[in-house]
Design a protein around this ligand. Sequence first.
Ligand SMILES: Nc1ncnc2c1ncn2[C@@H]1O[C@H](COP(=O)(O)OP(=O)(O)OP(=O)(O)O)[C@@H](O)[C@H]1O
Ligand SMILES: [Mg+2]
Length: 474
Amino acid sequence: MSARGGVPEPAFELLVRAVRDYAIFMLDPAGNVLTWNTGAEKIKGYRAEDIIGRHFSTFYPPGDIAAGKPARELETAIADGSMEDEGWRLRQDGTRFWANVVITALFDDTGRLLGFSKVTRDMTERRAAENALRASEEQFRLLVQGVLDYAIFMLDPGGHIMTWNAGAKRIKGYQASEIIGQHFSVFYPPEDIEAQKPARELEKAIADGRLEDEGWRLRQDGTRFWANVVITALFDDTGRLRGFGKVTRDMTERRAAEQTLSERQRLVSHLVQAQELERRRIAWDVHDDSIQAMVAVGMRLQLLAERLPDEQAQAVRQLDESVRGAVGRLRELIFRLRPPAIDEGGLAEALNGYLNDVVTGWGLTCSLRYEIDREPPPESAVTMFRICQEALANVRKHAEANFVEIVVTTVYPGVLVQVIDDGIGVGRAGRDQPDHFGVIEMRERAETAGGWWAMRQGPAGGTIVEFWLPMAQP
Ligand SMILES: Nc1ncnc2c1ncn2[C@@H]1O[C@H](COP(=O)(O)OP(=O)(O)OP(=O)(O)O)[C@@H](O)[C@H]1O
Ligand SMILES: [Mg+2]
């Protein structure tokens, strides 16, 4: 059978007739089937003699016919030269298959429509495979989405957040809409950003395939949590970096539990307490006894000086000066031992007293911003005071600063203290020097109290020492 009546069947037509994977056939200008091939028989079920001469709308489900789809497809093919469609089609036995269809309009040299060629492919299996893949991807996505104990999300190659799950929301506080598109360094505390830790972590994940880290991270409200983080670099088949998978776990509670169990921590806290008690006892003795006695001596010397003739009065006044100097040094000693104000007027008064009586004496301008509503319990107050004392001593020794400010604010559920100077700043070398104990002691005190401590370069130069201690709930 030939569509070109009389013309010997060229090899091309033989080829078309033999193709099995595609239904390839022709329609006349009205849409009636003119030719049929092996693929058409295999896909649609009809034998050539059953279908030639019938209208091609036979292949469409009733809904498509009611909607006028077959005619529309021919019109589109005439208008555009060809049209492509995917959709359900019917076999002879009435079953459906998912078809990819290309209809091409055929014109002769004068532009007269000769008919249409129609190539149909059975995509049912591929569609089923794609659907199965999509379904399993969807299930996996839902699984990841619903995980509450882990923050699981993806970063693009530049480190911007692309996905977000329920665990990420629970642990970090952000809604997906607030965080997607932002850079993941927003989760890192300022001292890590200053040390370029986020970028280094990505570099390491690329080099080694993955990276694991434990450290402080920030929640949306600015509070910190102790995180275990695994970053995995994701490469495609060609070895190109597509991004990173990031899994974060909140270990704050476990860390706290580990810390309360640590023998060393218990010992440290015990020692610190014993030391504080001893210092307080000595401070009270010096304050109540030695200083009172010397102040009394000073007053007598003044009275005496008023009564004596000028040349002797001069010598007595000098004596009085040195007594006053000694009282000043003893007060400083008491401050170092135990600021009396901590037990009497609370932390704000103790810090203010120390700044005014001691730190200004070093030639530093000081200020205190104290913005907490509830007085911390005495034990926390002493810890905060001690850390401030060492931080201030470091400002005096190392910073070459003119100005130092202490800021005390509530960062729920605790108190954040910052000691900010305008000096030369801490270089990277300034951290954790093994034979310097100030930094170690400050960190130890904060962590023993269940908090954290950090030292970093301030944004405008200078150094910021900051620490946070938890406060018991009311
Ligand atoms: N405010 C600051 N400005 C500049 N550098 C600082 C400041 N605070 C600390 N440093 C640097 O950090 C280092 C470590 O401080 P740390 O308190 O541990 O030791 P130290 O003061 O040298 O000795 P120690 O406290 O044991 O007497 C200091 O040697 C200094 O280089
Ligand atoms: Mg020091």
